[in-house]
Design a protein around this ligand. Sequence first.
Ligand SMILES: O=C1O[C@H](COP(=O)(O)O)[C@@H](O)[C@H](O)[C@H]1O
Length: 252
Amino acid sequence: MSGRTSPAPSVVVAPDKDVLAAAIAARLLTALADAQALRGTASVVLTGGGIGLGALRAVAESPALGAVDWSRVDFWWGDERYLPDGDPERNETGARSALLDRLPVDPARVHAVAAESPDGPEVAAEAYVAELAAAAADGAAAPAFDVCLLGVGPDSHVASLFPEHPGTQDTRPAFAVHGSPKPPPTRISLSFDTLRSAREVWLLVAGAEKADAVALALSGEAGERQVPAAGAYGTERTLWLLDRAAAGKLPA
Ligand SMILES: O=C1O[C@H](COP(=O)(O)O)[C@@H](O)[C@H](O)[C@H]1O
């Protein structure tokens, strides 16, 4: 069991992945605008992956794009592939071309994980830990992000927390991942605790090849070490945003 301490998850199913991307975009724009109305600023944790980047492209194309003051949004990443700056496989590169490069963002609020360098991944992870702590309130290890977006792999991984991999038990706020079963082998990931400091965690899933992972994670019977997606939840809300194919193995 994952020891859930937040409200039960909600599941919303869209007919296909394009409608899902548009629906996520609409929700994200609303959530960020609401956060700014309440607190002045907003923060979002971004994800890589097909539907994660599809949703960002849908945000960029939305007629409601101007509802958010993009200069007052903090962007973080749930994980990053440890590759050279600008590598197309970096989650940062995907997010920049899908959305960030088209917005009047404040560069100081774009909290990308350091790219591959002679310093190595441990230094990159430690720098991210320091950046998270600097942005957190009241001595916390990480900010209470408004929204944390997470893709889910067919193996049920979220961020770079893979089934039965040591990262699922790592308690540092962010850390280097070595020997990732999905390429590239070296990554930086937020920990479960850091992901769970978000007010809202949204799991974005499209495709029939992920239906087993979705069903298992939502069954309530899976532990987060074996099924990492089961351990992703927010302090106020956990939302599974699925297309029909990904929802195909959920009980009616
Ligand atoms: O490697 C990663 O994979 C997941 C999911 O990717 P997808 O292509 O199966 O949707 C992604 O969410 C994560 O951020 C990433 O680094």
